[in-house]
Design a protein around this ligand. Structure first.
Ligand SMILES: NC(=O)c1ccc[n+]([C@@H]2O[C@H](COP(=O)([O-])OP(=O)(O)OC[C@H]3O[C@@H](n4cnc5c(N)ncnc54)[C@H](OP(=O)(O)O)[C@@H]3O)[C@@H](O)[C@H]2O)c1
Length: 363
């Protein structure tokens, strides 16, 4: 028995997810071609930037069976104003009768243009099947088009009583090995991970994604206006893993040119934005090709991002252990952040509780 539109779109969504971590700066897209009697005759996903779009893979797999069929695509097929876009053209050439779209492409150059083109050429088009899921799948892309910055996910590990470290100035293990592995897998999904300068000074992290498969370089970002990161920091021993970027300001570089030179000599690239202006710094990172950024802390950097309303997703790990008085508090309570989230998912990772969600937005 044929499935409903939503079920076929679910298949396209799970196909799209296979490209995770590989398609940047392009979106994840999945597509399936379904014959009039409900048989999936072709499927595909966008596997890598520069390679064919999902619709093309699915249509090629379907061959002649695409004639009269329905194409399900998680994202509106591309079509560029003034020219015939490759996907909508191929859809017409293949003789597809109906197209079901998860979500409209927010890119101003497309935004409904693909749908309009198909309708004008006699194709029956339905838009908005599993729309929220389709948009979430490509949140970096939607955030970039809408706000002109990378997607930002805030990640933190807290003790049961809400501390991020046992004592000031001391690197503290909070979660068990399972959550540490889980967090490394999360890093692998992002273009870049970032910490504030005090975390760089206290923890001396290498900021790599360990014990996970990652084919792309990972950009490591340190928000460090005053250039206090020591050139001998451990992160500079991992330059093979990807670029190391220090976000500073023009005035700060001018104030301590010798530190700037030493950091560049150690392998850092210095990016400049007005001091502590996180939205501007994010736009600069976006212009450098960073579409998603995992903000790992510490509390001051997290607070700045939260107050600037540039956080899109949150993951909180809470350990069963309490640190007691003397710990370094987070900038707020886990409960207050949880209240600001939609689609909250709570799971146990070993002994630690992991809560994840999307920051509720009305803009
Ligand atoms: N449990 C966890 O998940 C976790 C994760 C990370 C860190 N930590 C802990 O957190 C502690 C450090 O946190 P922290 O809050 O003291 O420092 P932080 O947030 O790591 O770094 C703060 C510094 O970042 C720089 N910065 C750059 N842009 C900024 C902006 N827009 N807003 C605010 N600061 C900006 C500032 O230095 P400039 O003025 O020089 O720019 C500021 O002093 C350590 O104990 C570390 O172990 C815990």
């Amino acid at each position: 028995m044929p499935l409903g539109d939503a079920e076929y779109m679910d298949r396209a969504l799970s196909l799209a997810a296979r490209g995770r971590g590989l398609t940047s700066p392009n979106p994840l897209v999945g597509a399936v071609v379904v014959s009039p009697d409900g048989v999936v005759v072709g499927s595909g996903y966008h596997e890598r930037a520069g390679e064919p779009h999902a619709e093309i893979h699915a249509l090629r797999a379907a061959g002649g069976a695409a004639r009269g069929a329905t194409l399900f695509s998680t994202l509106e097929p591309c079509c560029h104003t003034g020219r015939t876009g490759p996907c909508v053209d191929s859809i017409l050439e293949a003789g597809v009768a109906r197209v079901v779209v998860g979500v409209e492409d927010p890119n101003p150059r497309v935004r409904g243009g693909g749908v309009q083109f198909l309708r004008e050429h006699g194709v029956d088009v339905t838009v908005g099947v599993r729309e929220a899921q389709a948009a979430r799948l490509n949140l970096p892309f939607f955030v970039r088009v809408r706000y002109g910055r990378p997607l930002v996910m805030l990640k933190v590990a807290l003790s049961r009583d809400g501390y991020v470290a046992r004592r000031s100035g001391v690197r503290s293990a909070i979660t068990a090995p399972a959550a540490v592995r889980d967090a490394h897998a999360l890093r692998a999904e992002f273009d870049a991970i970032a910490v504030g300068s005090d975390t760089a000074l206290v923890d001396d992290p290498v900021l790599t994604a360990r014990e996970v498969h990652r084919v792309r370089p990972l950009t490591r970002v340190i928000f460090d206006s005053r250039l206090r990161t020591p050139p001998a920091s451990a992160v500079f021993g991992t330059r093979d893993a990807g670029p190391i970027v220090i976000v500073t300001s023009e005035a700060d570089v001018a104030a301590v040119p010798e530190r700037a030179a030493a950091l560049e000599h150690a392998g850092a690239r210095l990016l400049q934005a007005p001091r502590h202006d996180l939205p501007s710094a994010l736009r600069v990172l976006g212009a450098e090709g960073v579409t998603s950024l995992l903000l790992e802390g510490g509390p001051r950097l997290h607070a700045a991002a939260w107050e600037a309303r540039v956080v899109d997703r949150v993951r909180l790990y809470v350990s069963p252990a309490a640190f007691g008085a003397g710990g370094v508090p987070w900038f707020t309570t886990g409960a207050s952040v949880r209240e600001a989230l939609d689609d909250v998912d709570v799971r146990m990772v070993g002994p630690d509780e992991c809560t994840e969600g999307y920051v509720h937005r009305t803009d």
